[in-house]
Design a protein around this ligand. Structure first.
Ligand SMILES: [Zn+2]
Length: 261
């Protein structure tokens, strides 16, 4: 069987242990060949690293989500740097800005994102970026020369054409989620034809955003198969070709994942 797609963004830490084993089994049965689990907060790290070391096909990103940015403490940068030395920690994140929910003050979100981006540049690791209703602030940080060498996955991308163009120009990758299967999501799908094929990733964003026909149910990594199929339709190619392409892109960006294999 050819290797199926890698789910480049699934929050398995939000499932119970039983749900997690079940989710991994179901996904593997459908050919899903890898899983990247991004942290939400630093206290996720032990659980995520244990999971990664239990499963050869699971990797993690470690960092602090914008929703939790206000929990950031002085020693966290050193702690995160230490945690990222683990061979299974292949990226910094998820980090970013969320001005839709505003769970943390905006200046704090930006400060905590900048610290994590700087760490990623220092350690030559990619970042997994969350960006919601914060394009202008995000673009200002993206333009900062300090981050000229940054490599990034803008996950579950729904930021619009203009934003996509700028991120693509910067060499960043865009994560395609279940949103590309939603009926009224032309505004999400419109970035697909303008995105160079070597910048496309697929992801479920489990447990959120389940694709059609599972919409409204808890999302699972197995459903990256439906997302891959829809992306293949949009690109006029086969799901197998999209899996091969996006897996290649995955290992190109998350290069530590290939070394850790
Ligand atoms: Zn996420």
């Amino acid at each position: 069987m050819p290797r199926g797609p890698i789910d480049s963004h699934c929050h398995l830490q939000s499932l119970t242990d039983d749900e997690c084993s079940e989710a991994l089994d179901r996904a593997r049965e459908r050919g899903v060949s890898g899983f990247l689990v991004p942290a939400i907060r630093l206290s996720d790290a032990d659980k995520l690293l244990a999971l990664c070391h239990q499963h050869e096909d699971v990797w993690c990103a470690l960092g602090v989500h914008p929703h939790d940015a206000a929990t950031w403490e002085d020693g966290d940068e050193a702690r995160l740097r230490e945690l990222l030395a683990d061979p299974k920690a292949v990226a910094v994140g998820e980090c970013g800005l969320d001005f839709y929910y505003d769970h943390a003050p905006r200046d704090v979100q930006e400060r905590v994102m900048r610290i994590q981006w700087q760490l990623a540049v220092d350690l030559d690791l990619p970042v997994v970026v969350h960006n919601r209703d914060s394009n202008d602030a995000m673009l200002a940080v993206v333009a900062d020369r300090d981050f000229a060498a940054l490599r990034a996955d803008f996950h579950s991308f729904a930021g619009g054409l203009g934003m996509a163009e700028t991120l693509i120009e910067r060499g960043f990758s865009l994560g395609m989620s279940g949103m590309i299967t939603f009926n009224r999501a032309d505004n999400v799908r419109e970035v697909i034809p303008i995105t160079p094929r070597d910048r496309l990733l697929v992801e479920t964003d489990t447990p959120y955003l389940a694709p059609v026909p599972y919409r409204g149910k808890p999302n699972r990594p197995a459903y990256v198969v439906e997302i891959t199929a829809r992306l293949a339709d949009e690109l006029g190619t086969t799901p197998e070709a999209v899996a091969e392409l996006t897996n290649q892109n995955f290992f190109q960006l998350f290069s530590k994942a290939s070394a850790a294999d």
